[in-house]
Design a protein around this ligand. Structure first.
Ligand SMILES: Cc1cc2nc3c(=O)[nH]c(=O)nc-3n(C[C@H](O)[C@H](O)[C@H](O)COP(=O)(O)O)c2cc1C
Length: 311
């Protein structure tokens, strides 16, 4: 089926597995891309371009399918990461977390496709003016870091789709085929999912993190607002302390040490996840997630009652 996002990414299903720090390991990214979706490697935690090169090479060893990388503008090395990725043959980048002007200009010179994450119509328009090929409209249901002035996906996506001329990818709160088809009906041409992919066989998250995601109800996440950004995470003893207004060391809420703990299961700290936890009830192979969306998409509709095609 013809679709502008699938065409831009060079994949079969307009489904991006969003960057998720150290959770976006080569196995997960390769499994998503290999099944016809689009896996994105995260670089926010990298401190040297050779780490980016190694991630790309490890993923390439697992699949010939197209993959992307995410560049977090606030990472001081992100320009170097872009050069390294281009050199390694990456054709598409997603850009988040700040003013994307310089990155977009250089990516265009390198002939790369660009998708910019925006949580507001204003930022979506700015990204379009700067030459983004597509906008990832990310609602406040999303797991992980976001801005402080966002809106829910249901309200944000149609507003962004009305405002811009480039294709829109919806992100935030989408956990199954129902959310995917709903996003298409809101004016998006594709979706980016993160939380759903934490609970996959190929995700390197510790079992306890995956279980916390599959056990959680939609209301079990909390948006922690900090000075310059907010982070949506599962409610934990630490987040309860923050909610009560107690002083908490910021390092416990973000940063590389925290991300490492996601893999080892020894963190009572912050476990980012979005409100789609409510429809993520079992750990599945990533390819099953991609396939279930493809089935729904090519079927064109869901049966009355909106029950998802079985994953
Ligand atoms: C654990 C975790 C880490 C994330 N890290 C990043 C990141 O490094 N860069 C980024 O642009 N988005 C990041 N995100 C956001 C995802 O890429 C994606 O946009 C989001 O999860 C979509 O919303 P959903 O969780 O409701 O599916 C992260 C999300 C999670 C859950």
């Amino acid at each position: 089926m013809k679709n502008p996002v699938a065409e831009l990414l060079g994949c079969r299903v307009p489904l991006i597995c969003g960057a998720m720090g150290v959770l976006s390991g080569p196995e997960l990214v390769a499994a998503v891309s290999g099944a016809g979706g689009f896996g994105v490697l995260a670089t926010g935690f990298c401190t040297h371009p050779r780490q980016v090169r190694a991630l790309v090479r490890s993923t390439r060893a697992l699949t010939p399918a197209p993959i992307g990388i995410n560049l977090q503008v606030m990472n001081p090395w992100c320009r170097d990461f872009l050069e390294a990725a281009a050199d390694e043959g990456i054709r598409t980048v997603t850009v988040s977390g700040g003013n994307p002007a310089d990155i977009l200009a250089r990516a265009r010179e390198l002939g790369m496709g660009t998708l910019v994450k925006a949580g507001t119509v204003k930022n979506a328009l700015r990204a379009q003016d700067l030459g983004a090929d597509a906008i990832i409209a990310a609602g406040t249901e999303s797991g992980g870091i976001q801005g402080l002035s966002g809106a829910a996906t249901l309200a944000l996506v149609p507003a962004v789709a009305d405002a811009v001329d480039v294709p829109v990818v919806a992100a935030g709160g989408i956990g199954d085929a129902r959310g995917f088809l709903a996003a298409l009906n809101l004016g998006a041409s594709g979706v980016e999912m993160g939380t759903r992919f934490i609970a996959t066989a190929e995700c390197p998250a510790h079992e306890s993190y995956k279980r916390a995601v599959t056990d959680a109800a939609p209301g079990d996440t909390v948006l922690l607002c900090m000075e310059r950004f907010a982070v949506r995470t599962l409610r934990t003893p630490l987040t309860l302390r923050v909610e009560r207004g107690e002083e908490v060391d910021l390092d416990q809420l973000a940063g590389p040490a925290l991300e490492a703990a996601w893999l080892h299961g020894d963190s009572p700290g912050v476990l980012p996840a979005g409100q789609s936890v409510g429809v993520v009830n079992e750990v599945l192979p990533a390819a099953r997630v991609v396939e279930s969306l493809f089935k729904a998409w090519t079927g064109g509709y869901l049966p009355p009652g909106g029950r998802p095609y079985s994953a």
